[in-house]
Design a protein around this ligand. Structure first.
Ligand SMILES: NCc1[nH]cc(CCC(=O)O)c1CC(=O)O
Length: 314
């Protein structure tokens, strides 16, 4: 076990927390590791919504290149930021046991949801689901890493902003009671009605396909239940999407010997909604995500996806 495993990570606080978690787990198994923080384009370009940059994998591209160039051995990602199609020569080696998958609304004061409100999020999925539920609200764009977004919420007159609970938890902003840090002065409310992004709350490790040492080491951190659920959610996304950041949510859960998938596709304005909720035997999980997505496509999803793509590309 002499080889040092170089762990590539973005340099945001959240990414570093995640990479350090993997580092500790590998070292506990006796491996020697080194963190290699890399700036990603996703962190550098903040003046445009991601979908306008027309790039999938904006957060992962720089680390993919570093791996292929040989400056890092593995990369740790928030799995929801990873394109459903990995680059050639790069493979998924482990999905870590998943944390909270939910979205959370952070507010500065108590909100009266019946009144007009302005809610901030950069995610089309969150925007569409919010407007579907609260058509009289306004949604504004919000970009940046978790700390930047909390600061922007603090500085603006918006009533709230939406975050992944897992990200806030990892940075110590939220306890199980959903209370945001007193130093920020906000409160959080878990949005149990909102379907999360596919693989939200899960961390994934990727390595080069021909690097048996890193593959063997990191695969020991795989959590099979999280791997199965994220596989289904991402196959649902992959089948629907074909590249753009559409308002798609999915969440899979193992319940005894079954696996249950909830999936949704919304129009950008949140007015149209296609949903599915279905269970299969756990042993039949492999193409369950695809099967559910095909059903959505058949029930009007193809037309809705075409409409969304033409609106995004404008
Ligand atoms: N899109 C950025 C991003 N990627 C992963 C997380 C949080 C951690 C996770 O979902 O695994 C976040 C922040 C957020 O959505 O609020």
């Amino acid at each position: 076990m002499k080889k040092t495993i170089r762990i590539g990570t973005r340099d945001s606080e959240l990414a570093l927390w995640q990479a350090n978690t993997v580092k500790s787990k590998l070292e506990a198994l006796g491996y020697t590791t080194q963190l290699v923080p890399v700036k990603s384009e996703g962190d550098l370009v903040l003046d445009k919504p991601l979908y306008e940059m027309g790039i999938t994998g904006i957060f992962t591209k720089t680390l993919d290149v570093a791996m292929i160039k040989g400056t890092v051995d593995i990369a740790v990602h928030s799995m929801k930021d990873v394109p459903t199609q990995l680059p050639n020569g790069i493979v998924q080696t482990a999905v870590l046991a998943r944390a909270s998958s939910e979205d959370i609304l952070v507010t500065k004061n108590v909100i009266d949801f019946e009144k007009p409100c302005t809610i901030a999020t950069g995610s089309l999925r969150r925007q569409a689901q919010w407007l579907n539920r609260y058509p009289h609200h306004k949604v504004v764009d919000l970009r940046g890493n978790v700390n930047t977004r909390l600061q922007k919420l603090s500085d603006n007159d918006w009533q709230g902003a939406i975050f992944a609970k897992a990200g806030l938890q990892r940075l110590g902003y939220v306890s199980e009671a959903h209370i945001i840090s007193p130093s920020f002065g906000g409160v959080g409310e878990a949005l149990d009605w909102m379907l999360p992004a596919p693989a939200q709350g899960a961390m994934v490790i990727v390595a080069l396909e021909n690097d048996d040492f890193s593959k063997d080491a990191t695969s020991k951190l795989n959590d099979p239940a999280s791997e199965i659920c994220t596989h289904i959610e991402r196959e649902f996304l992959r089948t629907l999407e074909g590249g753009c950041t559409a308002p798609i949510g999915s969440f899979a859960e193992i319940i005894e010997d079954k696996v249950l998938l909830k999936g949704c596709l919304f129009s950008l304005d949140g007015k149209e909604k296609l949903e599915i909720e279905k269970a299969v035997d756990k042993t039949d999980y492999l193409h369950f995500g695809k099967e559910c997505a095909l059903q959505i496509l058949k029930n009007g999803g193809s037309e809705l996806m075409a409409q969304i793509k033409s609106q995004i590309n404008k």
